[in-house]
Ligand binder design. Structure first.
Ligand code: NAD
Ligand code: DAU
Length: 333
């Protein structure tokens, strides 16, 4: 596997993954990215030009996709519309990119017999009760709640069907909530950090008791690389690092890290429609079969490093902040 095609490689997780691949393998990487509002060319700065190139294109466009897939040994597919709140305002780009885009890539992988890894989300499993000891496993039934989750569930089903019906050499990973550098300011952790750095207020949906299972994006990258290199074709791997925290707990950590007295700057705003209560991942297949271990076990230390990163990269997030907050304000959030 020398030539890797990474779709969505200019996005948050994709760009971190490209850096990880360049650092830990000798593969060459082509990024295929439409450069939507969520992309950051800057996130690919500094990578060696003889190892990494960027092609601007749409994963739902077969004329862009097919020759590129044919010219690579493997595809890691991350390109997606990724933000739940946007999907509630307008689901259509989610269906086009996440469903039609995955279909388009799968057809090219089938035609040219190219190894395919599909990056997906734990949201395909719906949610868990707050007091339920259970976690998601690879046999948890699909039960997506939101338009974004349904579009990702649809894409997972396509991958499974292309493996079984056409013998496409594919694997799937379903990961929990990522945090780390280059995450768009629309997402929960960067939004609150940049609100506080701007002298603004934290915006918590509802009571703030919803739970997410946080994983550093670097640990997501190492897991995806392990699956790409050693995973069993046709298998689904859940990726998580035992990082369950309520949104309120995360906010309290951020307030401590940024030197605010508790709760003096917190607004409880309109809750998200259909808001999933809790996600939790059982990653034992990944640990037991592939020997994967997360490196960022200390969530608060990872969060502190992320706060520092946003302090140092205001030039990057500041231009995105005003429009993002205007869209939230229009929704009462
Ligand atoms: P992101 O929104 O930060 O980045 C998405 C990237 O895809 C952007 O660079 C964008 O320009 C590109 N893109 C969008 N539509 C495209 C199209 N039609 N053609 C080509 N490129 C297109 O997303 P992210 O948070 O980095 O998520 C990456 C992947 O990981 C997604 O598939 C997402 O479902 C999955 N995932 C994300 C998380 C998370 O916590 N963020 C967790 C689990 C899984
Ligand atoms: O679980 C994996 C998923 O995690 C990925 O598939 C998605 O692409 C990714 O965006 C993320 O989805 P969430 O909807 O969980 O992430 P988000 O950052 O939007 O919200 C995290 C939690 O914080 C959620 O309970 C909603 C809440 N929230 C969010 C925002 C933006 C707030 O309380 N206030 C906010 O301002």
């Amino acid at each position: 596997m020398q030539r890797l095609l990474v779709t969505g490689g200019a996005g948050f997780i994709g760009a971190n993954f490209v850096h990880h691949v360049v650092k830990h393998t000798d593969m060459t990487v082509t990024v295929l990215d439409k450069l939507t509002y969520a992309a950051s060319r800057e996130a690919l700065d500094g990578l060696p030009a003889d190892r990494v190139s960027l092609v601007v294109g749409d994963v739902a466009d077969p004329t862009a996709v097919e020759p590129l897939v044919a010219a690579h040994d493997a595809v890691v597919h991350l390109a997606a519309e990724s933000h739940n709140d946007n999907a509630l305002s307008d689901p259509s780009p989610f269906i086009r990119t996440n469903v039609l885009g995955t279909f388009t890539l799968l057809e090219a992988a089938r035609k040219h017999d190219v190894r395919f890894h599909h990056v997906s989300t734990d949201e395909v499993y719906g949610d868990l009760e707050l007091d339920d000891p259970a976690k998601f496993t690879p046999s948890t039934p699909y039960d997506p709640s939101s338009p974004y989750a349904a579009s990702k569930a649809g894409s997972d089903h396509l991958v499974r069907a292309w493996v079984r019906s056409f013998g496409v050499r594919a694997t799937i990973s379903n990961c929990s909530n990522n945090y780390g550098p280059w995450q768009h300011v629309e997402k929960f952790i960067p939004r609150q950090i940049t609100n506080l750095l701007s002298g603004g207020r934290v915006k918590l949906y509802g009571d703030g008791l919803n739970v997410r299972d946080w994983i550093h994006t670097e640990d997501h990258s190492s897991a995806v690389l392990a699956i790409l290199e050693r995973g069993t074709i046709g298998e689904t791997y859940l990726i998580g690092a035992d990082g369950e925290r309520s949104n309120l707990e995360v906010v309290r950590m951020l307030l401590r890290l940024l030197g605010h007295a508790e709760d003096d700057v917190v607004d409880h705003v309109t809750d998200r429609a259909g808001h999933d209560l809790r996600y939790a991942i059982d990653a034992s297949r990944l640990r037991d079969e592939l020997g994967w271990r997360p490196q960022y076990a200390d969530f608060e230390a990872g969060l502190a490093a992320t706060v520092d990163w946003y302090r140092e990269h205001e030039f990057w997030w500041r231009p995105k902040k005003e429009a993002t907050e205007a869209a939230y304000a229009a929704r009462g959030q």
